[in-house]
Write a protein that binds this ligand. Sequence first.
Ligand code: ATP
Length: 312
Amino acid sequence: MEFSSSAARRHRHHPKDKLLVIMGATGTGKSRLSVELATHFNGEIINSDKMQVYKGLDTTTNKIPLDDRLGVPHHLLGEVDSEAHGELTRSEFRSLAGKAVSEITARRKLPVLAGGSNSFIHALLVDRFDPEYDVFDERSDQPADSSKVLLRYNCCFLWVDVSLRVLEDYLLKRVDDMLNSGMFDELAEFYDPEEDHGPANWTGLRKAIGVPEFDRYFERCRPGEKGEWDRVRREAYEEAVREIKENTCQLAKRQIGKILRLKKLGWDLRRLDATEAFRAVMTSDSGKRCSEIWERQVLEPSVKIVKRFLDE
Ligand code: ATP
């Protein structure tokens, strides 16, 4: 009795920190929206993409380029050395990102969490994190335990959604664009012929989509007889690209499944439909038209939601 009344008092005097959370599958424009909202509301961004926390492979993992960050501070983006540190666990992410939330709040700025790793997002946000519990494991017959999703922050959740068919078309194109803008060279440099490339070694950054797929290409395509190797090389390259495209679309589907799961368990996710903006990108409308649709259908409603949240 004594404890609960003092806990209630503490709660009254220390309301939970406010946090803006931007969720969505890979490729849906979370990074762009996070910078736009952080600029509008004086925020700082904390990355919650499992692969982008690591140093290196900036193109392969799709880190937002420095110019596009528009001076907004980004935390946990390319900060962890995967080789020296090993794989970043959910508990470690919870503690690093939790510290970042406190520091940003202490600077009287708005912390904005953005990234596609729903297990990291869940680990950071829940009141009581249990490393043994997998909230996304739907195999068990047990009813979902909603006490496992109670929040330790006052969260405003935005979910950027794009219809899967449009998103898949976009992702296929994005892989080609990434390959044209340096992904292959980046992976060639990352590849170490001395290393064991078996699944047991796929940890940390080596799990990034692109690494295992191209490891197989680099293994097979050492220099050889020219004519024959040209054909083998081309086929191996095409196979790697095919696998990357397939794995990226699978990732998007899994991420959407996880977001729906968290919604079902009670997280109040506000869905923003960016399908039309992406459709405009895919039908090669002018960049200006895409931006107009994005602003009207994604940015403006987001600004309204966040404004209301901050005024509460
Ligand atoms: P899981 O439990 O499956 O790891 P998660 O929600 O914790 O899911 P996700 O962010 O969905 O984490 O990442 C799952 C996998 O998808 C990663 O291990 C990696 O293979 C791939 N992946 C995720 N983000 C990226 C990225 N930015 N670049 C390349 N690959 C990525």
